[in-house]
Design a protein around this ligand. Structure first.
Ligand code: PLP
Length: 269
C-alpha cells in the first residue's frame, strides 16, 4: 500500500493519536503510581468492522498486527482478501455475537473469539477446532468469556439493597451482551477442558448509562476470581474508543478500538 495514499496517512495519524493516549494512560495509571505490577502495554486490536479489506491492508502496512471483526461473513471474506495479498500474517479477533453454525467458519481464520457467552457455543467451537487441528495444525483458539456487566450491576445493587438500581440494571437497555457473572466459572472449566481451545480470560463492553470506571473495576474483580481458579487466564479485553483510559486503569490487557482510528462506521442499510 502506497504510504502517500491520503487514507493511509489519515489512518497513520489516528493510529498514532490512539497510541499516544495509551502511552499517556500507562504513565498516569494508578497501578504504575502505586508500584503495583503492571501487565505491560496492552495489545491494541484495531476494530475494522464495516470498513473494507483495503483499510486492513493499510493498517497492516502501518504495523498493525491485530484486527477485530464482529460478523463472520464480513470477517471471513476480508481474511481471505488480506491473505491473498500475501502480506504478513494478521491476528483476527472475533468480537461479536456468534451463532453456533458459524463456529466452523470462524475457526478457520480467527486467532481469538472474545464473545463467548454460552456453553453450546463452546461445544461448537471445540468441535470446529478439533477438525481444524487435525487438518491444519494451527494453534489453539484463544477464548475470552464475554461478561454481561449490566447483570453484575444488578447483582451488586440487589446485594446492596438498591432496588431501583437493580431494576434499572436488569431491565434497562444497558446490556451489551455476554454471560451472567455467575456462569463464568462453568464456561471457563468447559473451555479449559476442550482440546483446541485455550482460555485467555474475560471480555466486556461497559454498559450504557454507567460509569466505565466502575464497570471495569467489576470486570477486574471477576478476572481476579477467574485467575484464582485458572492461573493462565489473565487476559482482560476492555476499552473502546471512548473509554480505553478507564479500561487501562482497571488493568486491561487488550483494547478494542474502532472509530477513533477508522472514523465513523459507514451506514449500513
Ligand atoms: C465495535 C466494537 C468495538 C469498537 O468500538 P469503537 O467505539 O468504534 O472503538 C469494540 N468492541 C466491540 C465488542 C465492538 O463491537
Amino acid at each position: 500500500m502506497n504510504s502517500q495514499d491520503p487514507r493511509t496517512l489519515q489512518l497513520a495519524e489516528r493510529l498514532d493519536a490512539v497510541k499516544a493516549r495509551i502511552a499517556a494512560a500507562q504513565s498516569t495509571s494508578t497501578r504504575s503510581r502505586t508500584g503495583q505490577p503492571d501487565s505491560g502495554t496492552p495489545t491494541l486490536i484495531v476494530v475494522t468492522k464495516f470498513h473494507p479489506a483495503a483499510d486492513v491492508l493499510r493498517l497492516q502496512s502501518l504495523g498493525v498486527a491485530d484486527v477485530g471483526e464482529n460478523r463472520d461473513q464480513e470477517a471471513a471474506s476480508k481474511a481471505l482478501e488480506v491473505a491473498a495479498a500475501g502480506a504478513a500474517p494478521l491476528r483476527w479477533h472475533f468480537i461479536g455475537q456468534l451463532q453456533k453454525n458459524k463456529a466452523k467458519s470462524v475457526a478457520a481464520y480467527a486467532h481469538s473469539v472474545q464473545s463467548i457467552d454460552r456453553a453450546s457455543l463452546v461445544t461448537a467451537l471445540g468441535n470446529a477446532m478439533a477438525r481444524e487441528l487435525g487438518t491444519t495444525g494451527r494453534a489453539p483458539l484463544e477464548c475470552f468469556i464475554q461478561v454481561d456487566l449490566s447483570g453484575a450491576y444488578a447483582d451488586l445493587a440487589e446485594t446492596a439493597g438498591l432496588a431501583d438500581a437493580a431494576a434499572q440494571a436488569a431491565s434497562g437497555p444497558s446490556s451489551r451482551g455476554g454471560a451472567a457473572p455467575s456462569s463464568i466459572m462453568e464456561l471457563a472449566d468447559q473451555i479449559a477442558s476442550a482440546p483446541g481451545l485455550s482460555l485467555a480470560g474475560l471480555m466486556a463492553v461497559a454498559p450504557l448509562g454507567f460509569e466505565p470506571e466502575a464497570a471495569f473495576e467489576l470486570l477486574a474483580t471477576a478476572s481476579a476470581r477467574l485467575v484464582a481458579a485458572h492461573p493462565n487466564a489473565t487476559a482482560i479485553s476492555a476499552g473502546m474508543s471512548h473509554d480505553l483510559e478507564a479500561a487501562m486503569a482497571a488493568g486491561a490487557t487488550h483494547l478494542r478500538v474502532g472509530s477513533d482510528i477508522l472514523g465513523p462506521r459507514p451506514v449500513v442499510l
